[in-house]
Write a protein that binds this ligand. Structure first.
Ligand code: PLP
Length: 287
């Protein structure tokens, strides 16, 4: 099926949508993005994704070409036009296409930012089989840049990390810096020890996950103990449970790290419960 996508003010069939070869997203990875999940045809945590987009744009002095009311309307229209019940909406804003390649930013009054949105249809997203078995991860060195709190489209190293994981016969990689886990290739990482949920504190070293924010809030509301601090791979191997969170996987149990089984080697009760709460509460709050 041909998707309808959104490019710079127009709704078009995906094969007719075009971006210039001079677009700074293409040439310089000078762009930011968001991924919002869709369940029951509605947007999950939209306000959080919109707020983070604004923050990413501010940090990079990047002008957003639409306001937040327009943004939700575009999301909703694409969900409707493409008949998405379960899936995602991908949004990317770049610093536009100047007349030539140049390291210096173009004048935003002369070169408007580019904006692209498209949907991804994922029937069964919430009933992922991986959530029932858990996933396996390896650890890799985190060699990304120092502003991982900004959600940029510079995803080469996370993609390489995914390939390292694939080559090792596992599902994903946890990145490690100075001996401490930062995050997964496209998710936030957690361990559970003696009932306490441990996940790295926010800072420039990791992305402030929108799902992380919601999950930690639900955990606290459910009287679970939360510690925001960094942890090592050895602590993960010795943990009772582990899991990751992201907009597209929600809460996903992790049952093995670097070949060592975590806990019983099956999804643990904390991750399982948090997944249930997250899906239930975010469905209720979907817009
Ligand atoms: N960390 C990284 C590096 C990511 O790429 C992502 C999502 O893509 C996350 C964390 C999770 O963020 P969110 O829960 O907002 O999807």
């Amino acid at each position: 099926m041909t998707r309808t996508v959104y490019v710079n003010g127009e709704y078009l069939p995906e094969n007719e949508a075009k971006i210039s070869i001079f677009d700074r997203g293409f040439l310089m990875a000078d762009g930011i993005y968001e991924v919002t999940s869709v369940l029951d045809g509605k947007l999950i945590d939209f306000a959080g994704h919109a707020a983070r987009l604004e923050r990413s744009a501010n940090e990079l002095d990047l002008a957003l070409p639409v306001d937040m009311d327009e943004l939700i309307e575009i999301h909703r229209k694409l969900v409707e036009l493409n008949g998405i019940e379960e899936g995602m909406v991908y949004l990317q804003v770049t610093r536009g296409a100047p007349a030539d390649r140049d390291f210096a930013f173009p004048d935003p009054d002369e070169v408007p930012s580019s904006i692209v949105l498209f949907t991804q249809n994922k029937p069964g997203l919430a009933e992922s089989p991986a959530a029932k078995t858990g996933i396996k991860v390896i650890s890799i060195e985190d060699v990304r840049w120092g502003r991982r709190d900004i959600k940029t489209v510079q995803l080469l190293y996370p993609s390489m990390g995914k390939m390292m994981a694939k080559k090792a016969g596992v599902d994903d990689a946890w990145m490690v810096e100075d001996g401490k886990v930062t995050e997964g290739t496209s998710n936030n990482a957690y361990i559970v020890k003696n009932g306490t949920i441990i996940t790295r504190h926010l800072g420039n070293e990791i992305l402030a996950g929108i799902t992380r924010n919601a999950v930690l809030r639900f955990a606290q509301e459910a009287q679970m103990k939360v510690e925001e601090r960094s942890f090592t791979i050895d602590e993960a191997k010795d943990a009772d449970e582990a899991f990751v969170t992201s907009a597209s996987t929600f809460v996903m149990p992790v049952v093995e790290v670097d070949g060592a089984q975590i806990g019983e080697g099956t999804p643990g009760p904390v991750a399982t419960r948090l997944r249930e709460i997250y899906l239930e509460e975010s469905r209720k709050a979907a817009v």
